[in-house]
Design a protein around this ligand. Structure first.
Ligand code: SF4
Ligand code: SF4
Ligand code: FES
Length: 256
């Protein structure tokens, strides 16, 4: 096994401010960035705050920015950097820092709560739901999400624009709206909820200009933009400009 000493810069600080601290740290074959952060904790910086859990790319807690790129630290191999390269690790930029590499991601929990849940179809008992395999596969892609919030962190709509946060749910939760809107058994429409319209009006879909930056950083490889956001935009537009839908909404309004 070969080992070498790497130069790391790690952001240290809290909500009141901070900066990059320099470390020289041992790296061994096969290690990932999270291993090095743990070695730093064990040998040089016992109070370094870092959130992690599974070390297998499944819990979504070790999100950070490594050399400026949003990534999971446990899935970023040290072998992708040259031995001479300085590796800089900073907390996710879009969310407020609590301490060191740990951010307050509660923005995402707030947005999650704002998406109305699946509405069960009337007259179909649990266990009797039937769906075409094609529909199952479509939503299964979205279900791979590990809620690492790297897509939320990367999206330029909120990355440096706190003022957009109240009106924009971000790619992860717009994808959830899309998933429910595409669900053949979701009875939201019968209950009076137009999910595509609410994506536009309440979750800020119009802010998204389909740059695909969210898709590029998703560790699960979910095609967030192509398979969720663009179809959701198409459905929202179709409903708005469909003359039958337009006429129906006028009649409904008059009848109120
Ligand atoms: S595609 Fe839309 S949601 Fe994704 S990063 Fe770009 S603007 Fe944000
Ligand atoms: S969609 Fe991808 S990047 Fe976004 S939270 Fe889920 S797993 Fe993370
Ligand atoms: S520690 Fe769970 S995804 Fe990295």
């Amino acid at each position: 096994m070969s080992s070498y000493t790497a130069h790391f810069k790690v952001w240290r600080g809290d909500a009141d401010g901070g900066g990059l601290a320099d470390y020289q740290v041992e790296v061994n074959d096969g290690e990932v960035v999270l291993d090095i952060i743990h070695r730093l904790q064990a040998t040089q910086a016992a109070d370094l705050a870092v959130r992690w859990n599974c070390k297998a790319g499944k819990c979504g807690s070790c999100s950070a920015e490594v050399n400026g790129r949003p990534r999971l630290m446990c899935m970023t191999r040290m072998s992708v950097f040259s031995r001479e390269e300085t590796v800089t690790v900073t907390p996710m930029r879009t969310f407020p820092v609590i301490r060191d590499l740990v951010t307050d991601v509660s923005f995402n929990y707030t947005k999650a709560r704002e998406v109305p849940a699946f509405v069960p179809p009337q007259g179909v008992a649990a266990g009797e739901y039937r769906m075409a395999q094609q529909d199952v596969e479509r939503s299964q892609e979205f279900r791979k999400c590990i809620e690492c919030f790297l897509c939320q962190n990367t999206c330029h709509v909120v990355r440096d624009h706190d003022e957009n946060k109240p009106a924009f749910s971000g790619p992860r939760f717009l994808m959830r709206v899309a998933e429910l809107d595409m669900h053949p058994l979701d009875a939201a429409a019968e209950a009076g909820l137009d999910r595509a319209a609410s994506a536009q009006d309440e979750h800020g879909l119009g802010y998204c200009n389909i740059t695909k930056c969210c898709t590029e950083v998703c560790p699960e490889g979910i095609h967030i933009t192509d398979n969720a956001l663009i179809p959701l935009k198409e459905r929202a537009v179709d409903r708005k400009y469909d003359p039958l839908v337009w006429l129906g909404s006028k009649i409904r309004r008059r009848g109120q």
